[in-house]
Write a protein that binds this ligand. Structure first.
Ligand SMILES: Nc1ncnc2c1ncn2[C@@H]1O[C@H](COP(=O)(O)OP(=O)(O)OP(=O)(O)O)[C@@H](O)[C@H]1O
Ligand SMILES: [Mg+2]
Length: 288
């Protein structure tokens, strides 16, 4: 059975990421590897992060293999409290695998993974339970007997409080995605993990959803790790963009453009082109 012991470390205030509100460093807890047969070596996660670490996420020496093939191979990653990080990479390079590990959904790992206790994840498919009304979906999995008002506050934040009593099948794609975001927000996360949350939305709904995430991030001040295939979306939203390849973070760049960002700014185009190049996309051919 997977170990799920979370040992807190002393919280310490860190500099907030640029553009984000001040927020204390979250309490980190290790994602422990699942126990394995004695013959398989595992580096156990340490009991706690160094008390001085100003991190919302600290990953070191992380390896995850499937059928003996390492998909994540000695990966290192740090995310600061309140930082918005976007993760790009070709299909199958291991982005979702990394996100699932950070969410604590996959513990068959080697290495050190320290994440805040309060974390939430939203996937590309909203994954709402069809037999539960929207507000009950938002509260799903929360401990105790949370009040409907708690769900409605989160639904209001995403502009969906008027659909609180609706059945999931009556929601549009964009509404279902907002319900999924509300379900993440109700957990008051210090770390919000988003796996292509806008992937299935049409262009206009997608722009609205991007703005909503931007607003929520600015308001909440939590760290965000957004997996996306959309380079423009990454440059629009993130403080830092990472490119994953060969099981590691192969490239990263800071996005120092002021917010709100202007996609017609030549610096925006330059960053976009550089990232596309790192992803192996020929921008000249793309423009032709
Ligand atoms: N449970 C599993 N069992 C076996 N192989 C797996 C499993 N989960 C993921 N993989 C493999 O690991 C690799 C990385 O998968 P992952 O879903 O992390 O990719 P991704 O970067 O998120 O891709 P995409 O951009 O297409 O979503 C793929 O080759 C995938 O087939
Ligand atoms: Mg994926």
């Amino acid at each position: 059975m997977a170990t799920d012991v979370h040992r807190p470390v002393t919280p310490k205030t860190a500099d907030p990421a640029p553009g984000s509100p001040a927020r204390p460093t979250p309490t980190l807890a290790p994602v422990h590897p699942a126990p394995t047969p004695a013959s398989v070596p595992h580096t156990r996660a340490p009991a706690a992060a160094p008390a001085s670490a100003p991190h919302a996420v600290h990953v070191e020496g992380l390896t995850r293999s499937f059928d003996g093939r390492p998909v994540i191979d000695n990966l290192r990653l740090d995310v600061r409290p309140g930082e918005f990080v976007a993760l790009l990479g070709r299909s199958g390079c291991g982005k979702s695998t990394l996100l699932r590990i950070l969410a604590g959904l996959d513990r068959d790992i080697e290495g050190t993974v320290l994440v805040p206790r309060r974390k939430a994840v939203a996937f590309q498919a909203p994954r709402l339970m069809p037999w539960k009304r929207v507000w009950r979906n938002v509260l799903l999995g929360l401990p105790g007997k949370p009040e409907r008002a708690l769900a409605e506050r989160a639904l209001k934040e995403v502009g969906l409080d008027h659909r609180s009593g609706a059945w999931p099948k009556t929601l549009s794609g964009g509404e279902a995605q907002r319900a999924s975001l509300a379900r993440a927000l109700v957990r008051e996360p210090d770390l919000l993990l988003l796996d292509e949350p806008f992937g299935a939305l049409d262009a206009l709904t997608r722009i609205k959803a991007q703005r909503l995430v931007d607003e929520l991030w600015q308001r909440r001040g939590c760290a965000v790790l957004l997996v996306t295939h959309d380079v423009e979306e990454a440059v629009l939203l993130a403080d830092r963009v990472l490119v994953m390849d060969e099981g590691v973070i192969a490239y990263e760049t800071r996005i120092d453009l002021e917010r709100p960002r202007d996609i017609t700014d030549p610096r925006f185009a330059e960053l976009r082109a550089r990232l596309l190049e790192r992803l192996g996309v020929d921008t000249v051919a793309e423009a032709a």
